[in-house]
Design a binder for this molecule. Structure first.
Ligand code: GTP
Ligand code: MG
Length: 687
C-alpha cells in the first residue's frame, strides 16, 4: 500500500487498559496517564517512527466499554471508528486489551473485529494476570480471533519493538482484515442488514447494524438514504434494544468458548492479592470514610508544611536580587518599569512554584495509586443526594488543580443533568490559581501559630476555605437540581482499578510540567497585565491652567488605574475592600493569579522602602489610619476569590463543552453573586 500521507493508527480499548501509556511509549509524548477509568477524554495525535523509517500518526482515544456510545468521551472514539470524524481517517486499529480482565475486554475486541478493518490486538497487564494465577495461550487466542495478538507492557515499555514490526507488516501489504465474523452478525437481523447494505456500500454486516442503531447521529449517510433506511427498518420491524441484547449474549457465549480453550482463569479460592485485601479497609463503610478524611486532611496540610521553606527561600533571595538590580540601574522610567513592573511581577509568580508543584504532585499520587477511583466510589451516595453522581468526583477533585481539564473530565458522565450540574459547580472548587491569593492573605491576617501541638493554624484556615467552598458547591448543586428539568436515567458504574505503586517519574514529571505551565502560561498573562498596569498606575491626566496633559507622570491616586479603582470603591467598601483591591479585582477577571502581580505593581509604584509585598500590604492604611488588611478584610477577600468566576479560560471551556453561551454567562453571574454575598457576610462577622 503506498500512501502520500502518513498512516493513521487508532488506539482503542476499555478504559484503563494502558492506551495512553502505550501512546507515550510510541510517540515520546507526555499524554496524561492515570490509574482510573476515564483519564483520556479527547483524541490526541502523535508521531511514531517505524523501523523502516516511515513516520505514522498514533491517535490516543478515550476508553470505551462497547461500541454503543453513551457518554461524550465514548462518542469521540465511536466517531473515529465509524469514520464520522472528518479530521482523522483510520488505516489501522490497535486494540488494547487488559489481560487480567480478559473476558470483559474481549467483548469490545470482538465488536471491533466484526467491523472488518485491519486490526492488531495488544494484550496489556499480563504481569497482573500472572499474579492472579491466569495462564494465556496467545497463539490459541490469535487463531480463534483471526487477528494478530501480541503481548506488551506499556508501563515498562516492553514489547513495543515487536508491536512496531507487526504494525509495519499490516501497513505494507500483508494487511489482514479479520477473515471471519466473530459471531453471526447477519443472523441478528438478516432482512434489515441486507436492506441497508443495498442502500449504502459497506462490507461489514456489523457496521451496517451500527448504522441502523445510530442513524440519527451519523452524518456520512445522506438524508435521502437515511429516509430510505428508516422506511425499510420499519418494514422489517427492526428493534434496536432487543438486537443489542442478543448480540451481547452471543458474544459472551463465544468468548466463553474461546477462553475455555486458551485461558486458565484465576482460581477463585486463591489467596487474595494485596490490592484486593486493601479494599476491605479502604472501602469499609465506616473506616473507609475516616481514612478518606485523613487523606484529604493530610493533603491540604502538606501543601503548607512542605512548601513553607522553599517558598520563603525563593522570596528572600529574589527580593534580594531585585534590590541589587535596582541599585545597579540609573534612575530612569525604564529602570522603574523593569524593577517595579517586570521584576515585581515575576516575583509574584515564582514564589508559588513550590505550592503548585506539591499540589499537583499529591493529586497525581492519588490518581496514580488508584485511590482516586475509591474516592468516587465512597462519595457516590453523598453526590447522589445533591443530584450528582460518583463520577462527578473526578472533575471536582481535579478542579482543585485547575477547572479547565476538570470540566473536560465531566465528559465521562452519561446523565445529562448530572453532567451539567457538575460543570456548573466545578469552578467553585478552589483551584491552584487561588493558592497564591490565599497564601498571601493568610500570611497577612492569620497568625502563624500551632494548634493542638502539630497543626498549623494557617494550614487549618486554608483547609477550611477549601472545605467551605466544597460544601457551598454541593448546596448550589442541590439547589440547581431542583430547577433543572432534564430527565435521563442515572447509573453509577465504575470499575475499581488495581492499586499500583505510583510511577515516581510520572509524579515528578507532572510537578515539573505544571510548574512550567504555571510560570509560562500564567506568567505571560501576569507579566502583560503587570506592565500595562504599571503604565496605567504611573500615568494619568493632569490639568493645568494652560493645558491638559494626558500622559503625565503622577501619583497612583491620580493615575488612570487609581481613578477606576476610586470609581468602584463605593460598591466594594461594604465588603471591606479599598480601591487598590478594586483594581486587583478587575485585573483578576483575566485570571486569578494576576492578583498578586497587581498588588505587587500597585504597591511598588508607590515608592516604598519595603521590598516584600507582604510587608507593604501589612503597612497599608485607610485614610482614618486603621489597617486595610484587617482580619475581616483578609477573610472577605479570600472568600471573594473562592467564589467569583475570575477565569477567562474556564468560561471558554464551558462554552465549548456545553455548546452554549448561556451556561457560562449564568455561571459568571451566579458565582459573582455568591462571592459578593458571602464576602459581605464574612466581613460583617469578623469586623
Ligand atoms: N501492571 C501493569 N500496569 C500497566 C500496564 N500498562 C499500563 N499500566 C498502568 O495502567 C494504568 C492505566 O494506564 P493508562 O495508559 O492511563 O490507561 P488508558 O487506557 O489510557 O485509560 P483511559 O484513558 O482512562 O481510557 C496506569 O497506572 C499504567 O501505569 C501493564 O502492562 N501492566
Ligand atoms: Mg488514556
Amino acid at each position: 500500500m503506498i500512501k502520500n500521507q502518513a498512516y493513521n493508527i487508532a488506539l482503542v480499548g476499555n478504559p484503563n487498559a494502558g492506551k495512553s501509556s502505550l501512546f507515550n511509549a510510541l510517540t515520546g509524548l507526555n499524554q496524561k496517564v492515570g490509574n482510573f477509568p476515564g483519564v483520556t477524554v479527547d483524541k490526541k495525535t502523535g508521531k511514531c517512527k517505524l523501523s523502516d523509517g516511515q513516520s505514522v500518526n498514533i491517535i490516543d482515544l478515550p476508553g470505551t466499554y462497547s461500541l454503543y456510545p453513551k457518554s461524550a468521551d465514548e462518542y469521540v472514539t465511536a466517531d473515529v471508528l465509524f469514520d464520522e470524524d472528518e479530521a482523522v481517517k483510520i488505516d489501522l486499529i490497535l486494540i488494547l486489551a487488559d489481560a487480567s480482565n480478559l473476558k470483559r475486554n474481549l467483548l469490545f475486541c470482538s465488536q471491533i473485529i466484526d467491523l472488518k478493518r485491519p486490526v492488531i490486538v495488544a494484550l496489556t497487564m499480563l504481569d497482573l494476570a500472572e499474579k492472579k494465577g491466569m495462564k494465556l495461550d496467545l497463539n490459541g487466542l490469535q487463531r480463534d480471533l483471526g487477528v494478530p495478538v501480541l503481548p506488551i507492557n506499556p508501563r515498562k515499555n516492553k514489547g513495543t519493538k515487536e508491536l512496531k514490526k507487526s504494525i509495519e507488516k499490516q501497513l505494507t501489504g500483508q494487511k489482514t482484515i479479520p477473515p471471519f465474523d466473530f459471531i453471526d452478525n447477519l443472523a441478528l437481523a438478516p432482512k434489515s442488514i441486507t436492506a441497508v447494505k443495498e442502500i449504502i456500500d459497506i462490507p461489514s454486516d456489523y457496521a451496517a447494524l451500527h448504522i441502523m442503531a445510530g442513524l440519527d447521529h451519523i452524518q456520512f449517510v445522506s438524508s435521502a438514504d437515511k429516509d430510505k433506511i428508516k422506511e425499510r427498518l420499519k418494514e422489517h420491524s427492526f428493534n434496536k434494544t432487543k438486537i443489542q441484547a442478543q448480540e451481547v449474549i452471543q458474544r459472551y457465549k463465544k468468548i466463553k468458548t474461546i477462553m475455555s480453550k486458551s485461558v486458565v482463569e484465576a482460581d477463585p479460592l486463591r489467596k487474595q492479592l494485596f490490592s484486593e485485601q486493601l479494599d476491605k479497609y479502604l472501602l469499609h463503610p465506616i473506616g473507609g470514610y475516616l481514612i478518606l478524611f485523613s487523606v484529604l486532611f493530610l493533603l491540604f496540610q502538606s501543601i503548607f508544611w512542605l512548601s513553607a521553606f522553599p517558598t520563603d527561600w525563593i522570596d528572600e533571595n529574589f527580593t534580594a536580587v531585585i534590590s541589587w538590580v535596582e541599585g545597579q540601574l540609573p534612575t530612569h522610567f525604564l529602570s522603574d518599569l523593569l524593577v517595579n513592573g517586570l521584576l515585581a511581577g515575576i516575583n509574584g509568580i515564582i514564589v508559588f512554584i513550590p505550592q503548585i508543584m506539591i499540589l499537583f504532585g499529591l493529586i497525581t499520587l492519588l490518581e496514580d495509586s488508584g485511590y482516586m477511583a475509591r474516592i468516587s466510589f465512597l462519595s457516590d451516595r453523598l453526590m447522589r443526594r445533591v443530584g450528582l453522581n460518583g463520577k462527578s468526583v473526578m472533575p471536582l477533585m481535579s478542579g482543585f488543580a485547575c477547572a479547565v481539564p476538570a470540566i473536560m473530565a465531566a465528559r465521562t458522565i452519561e446523565n445529562k443533568k448530572e453532567k451539567l450540574l457538575t460543570i456548573l459547580i466545578t469552578p467553585l472548587m478552589s483551584c491552584s490559581a487561588r493558592l497564591p491569593v490565599y497564601t498571601i492573605l493568610i500570611g497577612l491576617v492569620i497568625p502563624s501559630k500551632t494548634v493542638l501541638g502539630v497543626f498549623s493554624l494557617q494550614g487549618l484556615v486554608m483547609m477550611l476555605l477549601y472545605l467551605f467552598s466544597f460544601f457551598v458547591a454541593l448546596l448550589v448543586a442541590a439547589l440547581f437540581n431542583i430547577f433543572i428539568k432534564v430527565k435521563d436515567k442515572s447509573i453509577f458504574l465504575m470499575e475499581l482499578p488495581t492499586y499500583r505503586a505510583p510511577r515516581w517519574g510520572n509524579v515528578l514529571n507532572t510537578m515539573i510540567q505544571q510548574a512550567r505551565v504555571f510560570v509560562f502560561e500564567a506568567g505571560k498573562v501576569i507579566l502583560v497585565i503587570s506592565v500595562i498596569l504599571w503604565g496605567l498606575s504611573s500615568y494619568g491626566v493632569e490639568k493645568t491652567e494652560s493645558q491638559t496633559d494626558y500622559f503625565a507622570k503622577t501619583s497612583l491616586t491620580n493615575s488612570y488605574a487609581g481613578s477606576v479603582g476610586k470609581f468602584i470603591e463605593p460598591a466594594i467598601k461594604p465588603i471591606g475592600f479599598d480601591w487598590k483591591i478594586g483594581i486587583a479585582l478587575i485585573t483578576s477577571f483575566a485570571a486569578r493569579e494576576v492578583f498578586v502581580g497587581t498588588m505587587a505593581t500597585l504597591y511598588s509604584v508607590e515608592d516604598d522602602n519595603e521590598k516584600s509585598l507582604r510587608a507593604k500590604m501589612a503597612k497599608a492604611k485607610w485614610s482614618d489610619g486603621s489597617k486595610i488588611y484587617s482580619t475581616a478584610t483578609g477573610i472577605s477577600l479570600m472568600i471573594f476569590y473562592a467564589f467569583a468566576m475570575q477565569c477567562m479560560s474556564t468560561l471558554a471551556i464551558v462554552k465549548r463543552e456545553t455548546n452554549s453561551w448561556k451556561i457560562p454567562a449564568f455561571q459568571f453571574l451566579y458565582m459573582g453573586a455568591l462571592a459578593y454575598i458571602f464576602s459581605f457576610i464574612f466581613y460583617q462577622l469578623f469586623s
